[in-house]
Design a protein around this ligand. Structure first.
Ligand SMILES: [Zn+2]
Length: 456
C-alpha cells in the first residue's frame, strides 16, 4: 500500500469546489513526540506527501507536587497517574513542540479519560446498578481482552480533581495547541453489561442534582433487561422479517422507555459536563493563548451507548475527533455482541435472524454485512473484516454523515485508518469528509507510509 501514498497526498491537497470561504483543510496524524524530536524532518516529509498540518502526540511531563497529591493512583505517588500521565524527562516533548511550531504546524495533546483509568485506582471504579463492579462478570465473547479493563467513574470527584489540575497544568506549561483525548467514555458498545454502569453514590447524587430520577432509571434499566430476555423467540423471528427498528424497540418497552432513554442521556451528561468543567480549567490556565479542548468521539450510531452524545459534546468541547478508524472493535464487535446476546437468551433463534434484528436496530442493515453467521463478521480479525469493501465504504460514509449532522458547528476531524482499509476507500472517504464540510481529517496507523518516508 505504501506505493499508493501519493494518491492520498493528491486528494488531501485538492482544491475545494465550494464557493464558501472555509478554514484551511487540516490533515492530522497520530505521531510519536520522541520520534519527532529525534528526526524532525519527518514533519516536512509528511507535509509534503499528505499535507500534514497537525500532530496528535504525548510524552512524559513535569507536574507539580500539588497536582500529584491529587493522584487517585495512591500507590504510584508522583510517578504516573490515570489518563497516561507520566512524570519524567520532558525534553523530547518540548523539542517536538518547538519543531512542530517552527513549521507553522499544530500539536494536540492526547491523554486518557475513563475507560481503563481505574485499573490501578479501584476507588474510582464504576459499579453497576446493583452495586457490583464489572470485573466479576465475563465480557461478551465477541470483544477483545481490552474490554475487561476497569472503567473509572466520570462522577468520581477524586479522579475529576486530578484530571482538572493535570490537564490545566500541562496546557499552561507546554505549548500544545489543543487536545484530542481518548477513552473518555464507558466501555465500548460491545460490552453491553457496561450499560448498567455507573450506579455509585457519586452518580446517584449527580443525577439528583441534574433533575434525573435515579431510582426510576435504575428500575427501568433492570426491568428492560429482564423483559428483553422474555420476548418470545417467535416474535424475534417475526421482527427479523420486517423493518423492526430502534423506534419499534422503544415501543416494545413502552412502560420503561422514558427512563431507559433518560439513563442513556444521564450517562452522556456526566461525561459532557465533566469535560466542560475541565475545559474551563484549561482555558483559565492558558489565559489568552488559544487551546482547542477536544477529544475523540465514538461511532455516532453507537455513541449514546458509551456515554457520547454529539449534541451535548459539541457544547462541551472546542473540537471533536470522531474516532471512526476502529471499525472491527467499535462497529462489528458491537453488532456481534448484541446478536450473540439475542441467541444466548433465545437458544432457538437462528443467528441469521439475530443478525438481521441487530442490524436493523442500529440502522446498519443496508450495508451488505454478512447475513449467515455472527462469526462471518470476523469482528476479532480487523485485518480481515476491515479490508472488506464495499460494505466498509458505505457504512463509513453513513457514519461520517451522521457525525457531521449531529456535531453542530464544532470543528471535527474524523479519524480514518491509514492502513488495512483499501486505498480506494481511504481516498473516497477523505473526499467525502471534505464534501460534508468537516474541518479536516485525521489518519491513524500510517506506519507503512511512515517507514517509506524515512527510507524504509
Ligand atoms: Zn459513578
Amino acid at each position: 500500500m505504501a506505493d499508493q501514498r501519493p494518491l492520498v497526498a493528491d486528494l488531501t491537497r485538492s482544491a475545494s469546489t465550494s464557493s464558501v470561504t472555509v478554514a484551511p483543510w487540516q490533515v492530522v496524524l497520530y505521531a510519536d513526540g520522541a520520534r519527532i524530536a529525534e528526526r524532525p524532518q519527518y514533519l516536512d516529509e509528511m507535509h509534503q506527501q499528505i499535507g500534514l498540518s497537525t500532530v496528535i502526540m504525548a510524552g512524559p511531563v513535569r507536574l507539580s507536587p500539588q497536582t500529584w497529591a491529587l493522584n487517585p493512583i495512591v500507590s504510584a505517588g508522583a510517578t504516573h497517574g490515570p489518563g497516561g500521565f507520566v512524570e519524567g524527562d520532558d525534553r523530547a516533548v518540548r523539542t517536538a513542540l518547538d519543531e512542530v511550531h517552527r513549521r507553522g504546524m499544530k500539536a494536540w495533546l492526547i491523554g486518557g479519560g475513563y475507560h481503563g483509568a481505574a485499573a490501578e485506582a479501584p476507588d474510582c471504579m464504576t459499579v453497576d446498578l446493583t452495586g457490583r463492579p464489572l470485573d466479576v462478570e465475563c465480557p461478551p465473547q465477541w470483544t477483545f481482552e481490552a474490554s475487561k479493563t476497569h472503567c473509572a467513574c466520570p462522577s468520581n470527584p477524586r479522579l475529576h480533581d486530578f484530571y482538572r489540575a493535570a490537564y490545566a497544568e500541562v496546557a499552561r506549561n507546554y505549548e500544545y495547541d489543543g487536545s484530542a483525548l481518548t477513552h473518555v467514555r464507558y466501555w465500548q458498545a460491545g460490552v453491553y453489561t457496561g450499560l448498567l454502569h455507573c450506579g455509585c453514590q457519586h452518580c446517584q447524587k449527580r443525577a439528583a442534582a441534574l433533575g434525573f430520577d435515579f431510582p426510576a432509571m435504575r428500575s427501568s434499566v433492570l426491568e428492560v433487561a429482564q423483559a428483553l430476555r422474555q420476548v418470545p423467540t417467535r416474535y424475534l423471528r417475526d421482527a427479523a422479517a420486517i423493518p423492526f427498528d430502534a423506534a419499534d424497540f422503544l415501543h416494545l418497552i413502552t412502560p420503561h422507555a422514558e427512563d431507559f432513554v433518560a439513563w442513556l442521556t444521564f450517562r452522556c451528561r456526566t461525561i459532557a459536563d465533566s469535560m466542560a468543567d475541565v475545559r474551563q480549567a484549561v482555558h483559565q490556565a492558558v489565559g489568552d493563548r488559544e487551546f482547542a479542548w477536544g477529544m475523540d468521539t465514538y461511532f455516532p450510531t453507537f455513541a449514546r451507548l458509551v456515554g457520547h452524545d454529539y449534541r451535548l459534546l459539541s457544547g462541551a468541547l472546542d473540537q471533536m475527533v470522531p474516532l471512526l478508524s476502529h471499525v472491527a472493535i467499535h462497529g462489528y464487535q458491537s453488532l456481534a455482541a448484541y446478536a450473540q446476546a439475542l441467541v444466548d437468551t433465545h437458544p432457538d433463534l437462528p443467528e441469521t435472524d439475530a443478525l438481521r434484528v441487530t442490524y436493523r436496530l442500529f440502522g446498519w442493515d443496508g450495508f451488505g454485512l454478512p447475513q449467515t453467521a455472527i462469526a462471518a463478521l470476523e469482528c476479532l480479525e480487523p485485518d480481515m473484516s476491515e479490508s472488506r469493501s464495499p460494505e466498509l465504504l458505505s457504512m463509513m460514509k453513513s457514519e461520517l454523515a451522521k457525525a457531521r449532522i449531529l456535531g453542530g458547528d464544532t470543528p471535527m476531524y474524523p479519524v480514518l485508518k491509514g492502513r488495512i482499509w483499501p486505498q480506494s476507500v481511504i481516498q473516497e472517504l477523505t473526499a467525502e469528509a471534505r464534501r460534508l464540510g468537516f474541518a479536516g481529517v485525521t489518519y491513524q496507523g500510517t506506519d507503512l507510509l511512515e517507514s517509506r518516508a524515512v527510507g524504509g
